[in-house]
Design a protein around this ligand. Structure first.
Ligand SMILES: Cc1cc2nc3c(=O)[nH]c(=O)nc-3n(C[C@H](O)[C@H](O)[C@H](O)COP(=O)(O)OP(=O)(O)OC[C@H]3O[C@@H](n4cnc5c(N)ncnc54)[C@H](O)[C@@H]3O)c2cc1C
Length: 316
């Protein structure tokens, strides 16, 4: 056993770091285990709606969160949680055992899932063949490879709009291909994209296949565009949302909703005593940083109440 903690937090994004700050300030022995430091927002080249910062890159914002969590006394390690056991003693729930991909074992009285979502893929022919050879899932990481090239972005949400917004700074042409009739991203961003002659939005259309030789050369569409179902592109960025990383919580008995999100109440409690969840992995009504951070603080407060047995006053 590597160590025994009051609280172990799984995830190094808005929710996880905030939970770590609160948990450490409650003087709980706190460990945060995160696979990708900073989480999903590190893909955003510019964040303009996180209060306190008019403009900041996602990476820089998360570096500030991490620094604060460390300064408050939380231990942070980069590793992947691959399994959890919930020990029971004489019929009563007791500590959790956490297994990581580096074969380390940790024990904890409470666990907070702040594990976010995993990117969804299109699941069409050619996917495996062209992944990283023209098919991408992170514009921040890969946009610079497409200087003066033609690219497509699949999706119509904020994430897709962000990707198109970044890609237009490099590519000579950006197709935004969306299966619905109107974009559902922030109206200000939609207006900016629609006003740029470099960007062409193809509505009510799905991709059906990736094609090329060594690298991606074109995609097939389920509807004609300029009299053809073929669209020549050098790269495609898929931004069609995510699936909550909830499998390990479900195995412990946490209830999941229709898109496999962890169901929590207003105190970020799951149905399993000692198991809490916060951020995009939950049944949150809004998948945004500010909400994930807020839920992280609530989850840590619930964990504090659970571990210490102390009353948190009215409403808790
Ligand atoms: C391109 C883009 C732009 C965005 N722009 C904005 C914006 O401007 N403003 C805004 O508020 N929101 C924005 N969002 C949404 C925002 O990124 C998310 O709402 C937020 O990151 C959710 O935080 P989280 O902590 O719940 O999860 P995440 O940030 O997804 O973090 C999850 C963490 O859990 C880790 N993890 C998962 N499974 C395991 C495991 N088994 N073991 C260990 N670690 C694990 C991951 O590695 C990661 O560190 C954007 C999203 C995208 C994709």
């Amino acid at each position: 056993m590597e160590g025994s903690y009051d609280v172990i937090i799984i995830g190094a994004g808005f929710a996880g770091y905030t939970a770590a700050i609160y948990s450490a300030r409650y003087k709980l022995k706190t460990l945060l285990i995160g696979k990708e430091p900073g989480g999903l927002i590190t893909e955003a080249h510019q964040v303009e709606n996180y209060p306190g910062y008019k403009k900041i890159s996602g990476l820089e914002l998360m570096q500030k969160f991490e620094e604060q969590a460390r300064e408050c006394g939380a231990k942070i390690i980069i590793d992947e949680v691959v399994g959890l056991d919930h020990l029971t003693k004489e019929g009563k729930a007791s500590n959790f055992i956490i297994h990581t991909s580096s074969t380390k074992l940790y024990e904890s009285k409470a666990v907070i899932f702040a594990s976010g979502t995993k990117k969804r893929k299109l699941d069409i022919p050619g996917q495996k063949e062209f992944e990283s050879k023209g098919v991408h899932y992170c514009a921040t990481c890969d946009a610079p490879f497409y200087k003066n090239k033609t690219v497509g972005v699949v999706g119509g949400s904020n994430a897709a709009a962000f990707a198109a917004d970044l890609l237009r700074q490099y590519a000579k042409k950006v197709y935004l291909i969306y299966r619905k009739e109107e974009l559902r991203c922030e109206p200000m961003l939609a207006d900016a994209l629609k006003a740029d002659p470099k960007i062409e939005i193809i509505y009510s259309t799905n991709l059906t296949e990736y094609k090329g030789s060594k690298f991606l050369e074109k995609v097939m569409l389920d509807k004609e565009h300029n009299d053809s179902k073929e669209l020549a592109v050098d790269g495609i960025f898929v931004e069609i949302g995510g699936l909550p990383a909830s499998i390990h919580a479900a195995k412990l008995g946490a209830e999941l909703g229709p898109i496999k999100e962890i169901i929590v109440n207003s105190k970020c409690e799951t149905k399993v005593p000692g198991l809490f969840a916060a951020g995009d992995v939950t049944n949150t009504p809004l998948r945004q940083g500010i909400v994930a951070a807020g839920q992280g603080s609530i989850a840590a407060t619930s964990a504090y109440k659970y571990v210490s047995g102390k009353s948190m006053g009215s409403g808790w």
